[in-house]
Ligand binder design. Structure first.
Ligand code: S3P
Length: 192
């Protein structure tokens, strides 16, 4: 583990081939569903940073938000992403707000091809409603659709800055999204 961290920190290591794929994007854009399948198909391990945060904290994300506050969640998120970024041959799915702290993207960029998933607000709303809105404390509002639109507008520049590889998922089945992610990753590998 130490050796791989060293390699990533060295100037040569930073230029080394990226064996990870990191999926970013708003809640409900399909990061987790697609990430698991991409990992399976490419024979890579799958890491959802929110799951590690829950393990570290010993409680669920909504409990972290309500008992410790969003700021504490963001600190745990930074620590988790910093530690996870030194993995190799991994597909990561980051929480939707991870892009808000640029340091998260800096850590991930060293080892991963970052791909952003997007979807239209009404599609996000539908998908999240299926999952159960209580899982997403930021959308536990009187008018979640309005909140989605507001957050999407605020965050758009952050998603855009994180990557120029973007996949619009609104009208695609999961298999097509997975294929697009793998294509983009192969193109990256082919050009490096
Ligand atoms: C968040 C997204 C969630 C989770 C937390 C905060 C956000 O992850 O990290 O509720 O700020 O957008 P998903 O994008 O996996 O739902």
């Amino acid at each position: 583990m130490l050796a791989s961290i060293k390699a990533l920190d060295s100037p040569v290591g930073i230029m080394a081939e990226k064996t990870n794929i990191c999926l970013v994007g708003f809640m409900g854009t399909g990061k987790s569903s697609a990430g698991k399948l991409v990992a399976q198909q490419l024979g890579k391990q799958y890491i959802e940073t929110d799951a590690i945060i829950e393990e570290k904290a010993g409680k669920s994300i909504p409990e972290i938000f309500s008992e410790d506050g969003e700021l504490h969640f963001r600190e745990l998120e930074i620590e988790t992403i910093r530690e996870a970024a030194s993995n190799v041959d991994t597909v990561f799915s980051l929480g939707g707000g991870a892009v808000l702290n640029q340091i998260n993207i800096m850590y991930m960029r060293q080892s991963s091809v970052i791909i952003s998933l997007t979807a239209r607000p009404e599609v996000i709303f539908q998908r999240i409603s299926k999952d159960g809105k209580e899982k997403r404390p930021l959308l536990a509002k009187a008018d979640p659709m309005q909140e989605i639109e507001k957050l999407l507008a605020t965050r758009a520049p952050f998603y855009a800055a994180a990557t120029d590889l973007i996949i619009e998922t609104s009208d695609n089945e999961i298999d097509a999204i997975v294929a697009q992610i793998i294509n983009l990753y192969d193109e990256y590998k082919g050009s490096n």
